[in-house]
Ligand binder design. Structure first.
Ligand SMILES: Nc1nc2c(ncn2[C@@H]2O[C@H](COP(=O)(O)OP(=O)(O)OP(=O)(O)O)[C@@H](O)[C@H]2O)c(=O)[nH]1
Ligand SMILES: [Mg+2]
Length: 389
């Protein structure tokens, strides 16, 4: 029986099902990066095509057999699907495959849980995780029992157990929400105390791994954590940005990255963290120009910006990592404009690594914030100020 096969902890088989959607990642590259970021080791990747998901198993039963054999062959402890599975599909698959089965949503939640540092971040992730789990009444939440002092009975998911579990999880959700509301209230008071009106606020936003933290570091000469991992940054960091003879204070914030199919609960939970972006005077939308999927990534970022209500803020597109482009792909001009949802958005090409384009970015920021307008009148700078009051 498959249960008897010794499994290698952390070895995972990745599965992607191509339903003919344009963003299908046939190499499962992003899922592989997500798995690695969560500390897992992908040992095999398998993709298949289907018209629609099977209601019970997501894939066909023949494919499920194939996945089970692959998982046994590699002694994988888990199989991870690139798409969201329904709770029933997840349960059925675990039975059919003889090992733990997770989906992309769970993986993203796991990473956020590992990464969260601030009190608020931890609460936000916990809330999103509880909401995800509340629909999946399975045996995965021993941590909850520990927290609440234990509801005791393990054993099969009988009605009674499920009832207990449901109540426990609902109570945890309620408690977490209350704690979060308290923290967020304190935070908004602090924010109001900070004199924002005279400060020009810039926020870096973009797909995860685009290079936001690297650009932030290069601009403010700080050392925010930048790494070849997804979601290296979870908490918003804000610093003053010195742009020559500033007439006006400029602040810049590095924020959490976005990703395709960001679990809904997470977008919700991170709204407070992303508040810096919503309140910004200018968004620097950082794009990894060297990633062949960057057009889809940009669409996703625009979608999340709409969702958090930041789509009306003026943007600068920052096409980063030009050093990694082949010579045939190098931009002809380092500054131009690009059509984004029917709007012409100014675009700058830069490299946080080589420093190319950064002086131009700094002067563009200075110009927009009204801080170093060599030859620019005070009045022109003043136009950019928030309306008083
Ligand atoms: N070649 C090249 N790599 C870069 C450049 N800028 C950043 N990187 C690399 O891209 C990876 C991601 O950089 P980060 O700055 O952590 O990206 P981020 O957007 O902050 O990512 P998250 O916080 O995870 O959302 C790191 O391995 C960086 O070294 C660049 O200009 N050129
Ligand atoms: Mg970052």
């Amino acid at each position: 029986m498959s249960e008897d096969i010794p499994r290698q902890d952390g070895a995972v088989v990745l599965v992607g099902v191509d339903f003919g959607l344009p963003h299908f990642d046939s190499a499962l590259e992003e899922l592989g990066l997500l798995a690695q970021t969560a500390g897992l080791t992908p040992v095999e990747r398998l993709v298949c095509k289907r018209k629609a998901p099977d209601a019970a198993l997501f894939v066909g039963s023949g494919k499920a057999d194939e996945i089970r054999e692959l998982a046994e062959l590699h002694r994988a402890s888990e199989v991870i699907f690139d798409q969201a599975l329904s709770p029933a599909q997840q349960r059925n698959l675990e039975r059919a495959l003889g090992c733990a089965v997770y989906d992309r949503t769970f993986l993203i939640l796991e990473i956020f849980a590992q990464r969260a540092r601030s009190h608020e971040g931890k609460l936000q992730v916990e809330l999103a995780r509880l909401q995800y789990l509340s629909t999946r009444l399975v045996r995965r939440w021993s941590h909850l029992e520990r927290q609440t002092g234990g509801a005791g009975v393990r054993g099969g998911p009988g009605e009674k157990q499920i009832e207990l579990d449901r109540r426990m999880i609902d109570e945890s959700i309620k408690r977490t929400r209350e704690r979060l509301a308290k923290v967020q209230k304190q935070r908004s008071t602090q924010r109001r105390q900070r004199e924002r009106r005279d400060t020009f606020n810039i926020s870096l936003v973009g797909y995860t791994n685009a290079g936001k933290s690297s650009i932030f570091n290069a601009l403010v000469k700080a050392r925010a954590y930048a790494a070849d991992q997804l979601f290296a940054t979870l908490d918003t960091t804000t610093r003053h940005l010195y742009l020559g003879d500033a007439r006006r204070q400029v602040s810049i914030s590095d924020t959490v990255g976005f990703i395709r199919d960001l679990p809904h609960g997470l977008v919700d939970a991170f709204k407070a963290t992303l508040q810096e972006a919503v309140d910004a005077d200018l968004l620097l939308h950082v794009v990894d120009a060297s990633n062949p999927h960057h057009p889809e990534q940009m669409v996703e970022v625009q979608r999340v910006l709409r969702e958090i209500g930041a789509d009306g803020i003026q943007q600068l597109l920052i096409f980063n990592k030009v050093d990694a482009l082949e010579s045939a792909q190098q931009p002809l001009q380092m500054q131009d404009e690009m059509d984004v949802d029917g709007v012409q958005v100014p675009r700058l090409f830069v490299s946080a690594h080589s420093g190319a384009g950064l002086p131009a970015l700094r002067s563009e920021l200075a110009r927009r914030s009204g801080s170093v307008p060599a030859g620019m009148s005070l009045e022109a700078g003043a136009e950019l100020h928030d309306a008083p009051g």
